[in-house]
Design a protein around this ligand. Structure first.
Ligand SMILES: [Cu+2]
Length: 168
């Protein structure tokens, strides 16, 4: 039967992947800088309990037209966001921090406002672990210790003026 062979094929391709449990996510949350913001970002700690370095290479979501992996760089005292095209390495038996003022999953062209307490679904693609779907709670009010939230807000607002967004 056709259905059976499709299911079997799916099971086989899944079993060819390493155990997804080796990549884990701590305290994921997403936020937008204001209720009217066209952009938002997601933050979390990604841990890798395997013996092999992995890499977050891309992300997507229904909540935004475009998703990029970003970091902040400070040049001559001015903070800017930059796409990290090679993605974020998650070292073997280590972790990578996605946090305000640093690495983040940037969502541009939000399809709906980020409402406090609601969830978005993020698809994260790893070089080795493959695609992982993560439900992320929106927490616009989350405060974070050391990073400069105000600076980050400013830059995310600036992103709203980015050209090309309306073409996507
Ligand atoms: Cu960004």
């Amino acid at each position: 039967m056709k259905l059976t062979s499709i299911l079997l094929g799916a099971a086989l391709s899944l079993s060819a992947l390493p155990a997804l449990a080796e990549i884990n996510f701590d305290a994921p949350y997403a936020r937008a800088s204001s209720p009217a913001a066209q952009v938002g970002a997601a933050f979390m700690v990604i841990t890798n309990s395997s013996d092999t370095d992995d890499r977050l290479i891309s992300a997507s979501t229904d909540a935004a037209k475009r998703v990029e992996l970003h970091t902040h760089v400070i040049t001559a005292g001015i903070a800017k966001m930059m796409e990290v095209e090679e993605g974020f390495v998650v070292p073997a038996h280590g972790e990578v921090l996605l946090q305000r003022g640093g690495y983040h999953v940037m969502m541009m062209g939000l399809t709906a406002p980020f409402v406090q307490g609601e969830n978005i679904t993020l698809n994260l693609v790893f070089e080795i672990a493959g695609e992982v779907t993560l439900v992320v709670e929106i927490d616009n009010a989350r405060m974070e210790g050391m990073s400069g939230g105000g600076m980050e807000n400013m830059n995310h607002e600036n992103m709203e003026n980015m050209e090309g967004m309306s073409n996507n």
